[in-house]
Each structure stands twice: as structure tokens, then as C-alpha cells.
Design a protein around this ligand. Structure first.
Ligand code: SG4
Ligand code: ZN
Length: 268
């Protein structure tokens, strides 16, 4: 069992600090509850997004079930690593986007409120030769963008429909599906990307490396109840043929203590 982890029972989040002392028992862990009243106002330069509007020509998107989440890997047919990038916004460098994935319910809570789901866009600092190098120790190694999802829309969200429509292709752990045509990442973002919360934390899964600059957008993305239900019921944690098919649901880590860290509020 060594090295395996999950969201329930014997391998659930309450066991991670013991089973992965480096780094799940650290002092700068994620997710957190954002208390909006105690956040510190700070004005940041504009955030820049490269490749988010229109997919780059050689982009290739692959959706997969990795047994922990549903994830879309951002690949390049010509081996480029800089197709999708973020910079500015007080980020300590330019970051290459690797993938995005979903947790449901949300991992971060806002004034104690848990949202229906949360999308994480995972990026690594382009000054490091690879994502695994960036994950080693550096607090500036990764930046993760977080979009909170709320099932309050009467109509299906078109961006989210790109995910929901392919869930049947990634029902079981290990399954993947390559999109014939890439779609705009921007379609999964709220219109307002200028207002967000910012703090220093960790990856939310073992080994919980404390290498992440977190950006949580204040405006949630509105999806339909049917889309939220599809996320919660279509996929499984286990490989095909497993005797005890466990629905892939509630794949979030509980919030972690702030331990004196500052949460910044991007409002000017
Ligand atoms: C999810 O399990 C992703 O599928 C993982 O991606 C990701 O790990 C992990 O979450 C932690 O990322 O934004 N929630 S998070 O802090 O990106 C990494 C993969 O397994 C290292 C590739
Ligand atoms: Zn995540």
C-alpha cells in the first residue's frame, strides 16, 4: 500500500500527514478557507494569459481519469512547452501550463462556503528545466489557477460541456481520450479574471509539495445542475473490472490551517 492514497477510509486525507510526512504535514498546506474580511488588499500588475483564447496550432488536448480526478493534459504535436503560459499578476516569473483538472466539491472554501466544484490549471515556472524539477523545493516552482464552479445556471455552460460530453470516455481509472479539435481554455473561465485571492501553499495531493503560488478567482463559473451531477456520477476511482466500483466523487482535501500566512486580495 506504500505510496497509495485516496479520498476515503484507510488512505484518506486524514492519513496523508502520517503516510507522506514530506510534505503533507507541513505548515504551508493547501487548500485553505479564505476569510475575505481578513485578506490583505494588494494591487498587482495585470495577469497575462497566452494561448487561452484560441488554441495554438499544434495544441492537442487529452482528457483522462487518473484515479484521483478528471484531467485534461495540454499536449503539443511538436513538443512545445510554451504553448500556454501565464505571467504578470505578481507571479514570480513566467509559467508553462501543463494541465487542468477538477475536484468536486471544491477544495478551497470562501468564508466557510464549499462550492460545487473547483478547476485547477496547473503551471510550472519556465525557469526550471521540467515540472519535476520545479516541484522539488522551490516556493516559486508552481502556480495553480483556481476557478470555483457553481451549479446555478439554468443552461449548460459551453466550456464545461467540452468536459461533460467526454466523461463516458474516461469512466474508469487509466482511460483517456484525445480530442479531435482543441477548445479554448478561456471558455472555462469567468469573464472577470482581474479579481482574485493570492497565497502561498502546496499541491493538494501527496506529496503535498509546498511549491505553489495560488490564485483563486473571485467570480465563480456558473454551470448547470445537470453538468454538476454528470461530474459526480459518471466516473470511478477504480480501473475497469474492479469488484467494488467506487464513484469518483468528493475528491477534495479538507481545508488546512493558515499558520500565519497572508492571503492577499487583488482588489485595488
Ligand atoms: C490532481 O490529482 C491532478 O490530477 C494531479 O495531476 C495533480 O498533481 C494533483 O491534483 C495536485 O494538484 O492543483 N490539486 S493540485 O494541487 O499536478 C500535480 C497529476 O497527477 C503534480 C499530473
Ligand atoms: Zn487540484
Amino acid at each position: 500500500q506504500h505510496g497509495s492514497w485516496g479520498y476515503t477510509g484507510d488512505s484518506g486525507p486524514s492519513t496523508w500527514a502520517t503516510n507522506f510526512p514530506n510534505f503533507c504535514n507541513g505548515q504551508k498546506q493547501s487548500p485553505i478557507d479564505v476569510s475575505t474580511k481578513t485578506a490583505t488588499q494588494k494591487s498587482f500588475q495585470p495577469l497575462n494569459f497566452k494561448g487561452f483564447d484560441t488554441p495554438p496550432a499544434d495544441a492537442q488536448m487529452r482528457i483522462k481519469n487518473n484515479g484521483h480526478a478528471i484531467q485534461v493534459d495540454l499536449l503539443s504535436k511538436t513538443g512545445k512547452t510554451d504553448n500556454y503560459q501565464i505571467s504578470g499578476g505578481g507571479l514570480p516569473g513566467t509559467y508553462n501550463v501543463l494541465q487542468f483538472h477538477f475536484h468536486w466539491g471544491s477544495e478551497h472554501t470562501i468564508n466557510g462556503k464549499r462550492y460545487d466544484a473547483e478547476m485547477h490549471v496547473v503551471t510550472y515556472n519556465a525557469k526550471y528545466p521540467s515540472a519535476s524539477e520545479a516541484a522539488k523545493v522551490s516556493p516559486d516552482g508552481f502556480a495553480v489557477l483556481s476557478v470555483l464552479l457553481e451549479a446555478t445556471s439554468k443552461t449548460a455552460n459551453p466550456g464545461m460541456q467540452n468536459i461533460v460530453s467526454q466523461l463516458s470516455n474516461v469512466q474508469n481509472k487509466g482511460m483517456n481520450y484525445t480530442y479531435p479539435t482543441s477548445f479554448s481554455i478561456n471558455s472555462l473561465f469567468p469573464a472577470d479574471k482581474a479579481n482574485y485571492w493570492r497565497y502561498m501553499g502546496s499541491l493538494t495531493t501527496p506529496k503535498c509539495n509546498e511549491v505553489v503560488v495560488w490564485t483563486i478567482f473571485k467570480t465563480s463559473l456558473k454551470i448547470s445542475q445537470a453538468q454538476a451531477n454528470a461530474l459526480k456520477t459518471s466516473c470511478y476511482f477504480n480501473p475497469a473490472g474492479d469488484q467494488e466500483q467506487q464513484p469518483l466523487n468528493n475528491n477534495y482535501r479538507p481545508t488546512q490551517p493558515l499558520n500565519g500566512r497572508t492571503v492577499f486580495d487583488s482588489s485595488n
